[in-house]
Design a protein around this ligand. Structure first.
Ligand SMILES: Nc1nc2c(ncn2[C@@H]2O[C@H](COP(=O)(O)OP(=O)(O)OP(=O)(O)O)[C@@H](O)[C@H]2O)c(=O)[nH]1
Ligand SMILES: [Mg+2]
Length: 450
């Protein structure tokens, strides 16, 4: 089973940033091989491609959304016994099981469609190789995801790389060059604060030593990674894998249309296939269609959805019930869908605070994360919303969605710099596979590695 939450990715080194908290790294990270030539990368990529093909040929069936071989790995949930102990409203979810069985047949699509050995494959392989991976331990899934990420940020990258190379290749930055880079970063949604920081740091470096364009871009990449990783220094769980043997609760918040419900569906799928059992709480009770929408995602990801059948029910009550169900079933991860819009903003914030209080009270030992879902296409506008949510929902991280669209991607840096919140997941498409844990290294490569 491939655990996406514990996937090995490179952590950028941050020598100039002294850390007070000791690094707690869930998985050991190998150092990348130093100077690998272009030819070596190509050989590496070819070997990796052959290995993936061989594995696909020997595998009995391609992995599907509803992979039966994964089921025994999730903690034993014994529906029979649990159902008896559950209140009536939960027993109703059995009907959902029947629905699921029929619905899933049509939803089953291969997880990893045929991979072509193309420029994007080589690029993805290179990104993995640079993180110290070996050609026999990479998966088709990882390559597919990196390709998607690269495509999503393609337009921004092409813009940035060409212009940056022309500017930074001319030695110490003069005022004109600084103004040009500033404009480029601002256009890419990086925001004023992060842009100022990047320019100052880059300028100091280039003043000490005039770097050729390629190296200047490498320095720039290191600065960007540093910004993206900095919020992680103050969090306990840099890797963001759900903790085993504890209930993990992830509260998903954000304005309407940001992609909360879609993110929940994708996260449920990712958790199940990474070996964590999962339940969804349908706590957006404001819109009638919201519960139905989350139930569809429940079916797709084969995840039980706890909902209250009544109209206009109290979302905090749904969360209360969902926690009870998750505890009874010894579930690893409870995902809470919330409303994006109520009668007014004040009501929404009050409701979120109430949900948060219920979680803290009913599950004091749970590991709680509060994630803000931000639509990356909104650029700086999205950030203003974050400040409002930060207080009510006690935010601990961000999910950036819609990076496949017109988003410029730079908003990730603004989030880290201005909100001091780590980005935990990124979404780059509407499909169930289109969301993965965030890696600063891979993100920056997709943004700046032409
Ligand atoms: N292209 C693209 N579309 C996305 C992505 N994530 C979500 N969407 C789309 O954005 C729209 C809104 O998504 P929802 O998940 O319903 O958003 P929500 O935050 O739950 O919205 P409310 O329930 O109204 O508050 C849907 O059409 C999704 O398919 C993404 O990563 N890429
Ligand atoms: Mg929703």
């Amino acid at each position: 089973m491939f655990n996406w939450f514990r996937r090995q990715t490179q952590k950028s080194s941050q020598p100039e940033e002294p850390t007070s908290t000791p690094e707690v790294e869930p998985t050991p990270v190998e150092t990348p091989t130093p100077q690998t030539s272009q030819d070596d990368y190509l050989t590496w990529a070819k070997t990796a491609y052959k290995n993936i093909q061989q594995r696909q040929e020997t595998a009995p069936e391609p992995e599907t959304l509803d992979n039966p071989t994964e089921k025994p790995q999730t903690p034993e949930v014994q529906p029979q016994e649990v159902t008896e102990a559950l209140p009536a409203w939960m027993q109703k979810s059995e009907r959902l099981d029947i629905l699921k069985e029929t619905a899933l047949e049509t939803e089953t699509v291969p997880e990893t469609p045929e991979l072509a050995f193309d420029e994007e494959f080589v690029w993805s392989a290179k990104v993995l190789a640079a993180q110290g991976r070996t050609p026999d331990d990479i998966s088709a899934e990882e390559i597919s995801w990196l390709k998607r990420l690269r495509q999503g940020l393609g337009k921004t990258r092409r813009n940035l790389v060409n212009q940056l190379k022309a500017i930074v290749g001319q030695g110490p930055l003069n005022q004109d060059a600084v103004t040009e880079i500033e404009a480029l970063l601002l256009q890419a949604d990086v925001g004023v604060e992060a842009t100022d920081y990047i320019i100052n740091t880059l300028q100091t470096q280039l003043r000490e030593e005039a770097l050729p364009p390629e190296q200047a871009i490498e320095s720039l990449k290191a600065i960007l990674r540093d910004i993206l990783d900095r919020p992680l220094q103050q969090v306990k769980n840099p890797g963001f894998a759900p903790e085993k043997d504890t209930l993990n609760i992830w509260l998903i918040t954000g304005v309407n249309g940001a992609g909360k419900t879609t993110t929940i569906g994708k996260l449920a799928h990712l958790s199940q296939k990474s070996g964590y059992s999962c339940v969804i709480a349908a706590a957006d009770t404001f819109r009638a269609a919201a519960v139905e929408q989350v139930k569809v995602w429940g079916q797709r990801s084969n995840t039980p959805v706890i909902a209250n059948p009544g109209q206009n029910t109290d979302p905090a009550a749904v969360v209360f019930d969902a926690i009870a169900a998750a505890q009874a079933r010894q579930i690893d991860l409870l995902l809470v869908d919330t409303a994006g819009r109520l009668q007014n903003k004040k009501n929404l914030m009050e409701e979120l605070s109430k949900i948060r209080r219920i979680i803290d009270k009913k599950a004091p030992n749970a590991h709680v994360e509060s994630l803000l879902v931000l639509d990356a296409t909104l650029g700086q506008n999205g950030l203003r919303q974050a400040e409002v949510f930060a207080e009510s929902a006690k935010l601990s991280g961000v999910v950036l969605t819609k990076l496949d669209g017109t988003a410029k991607g730079g908003v990730a840096l603004a989030v880290a710099q201005q909100l001091n919140l780590p980005i935990r997941f990124i979404g780059a498409g509407e499909g169930i596979e289109d969301l993965r844990p965030f890696s600063s290294y891979e993100f920056v490569e997709a943004l700046l590695n032409g």
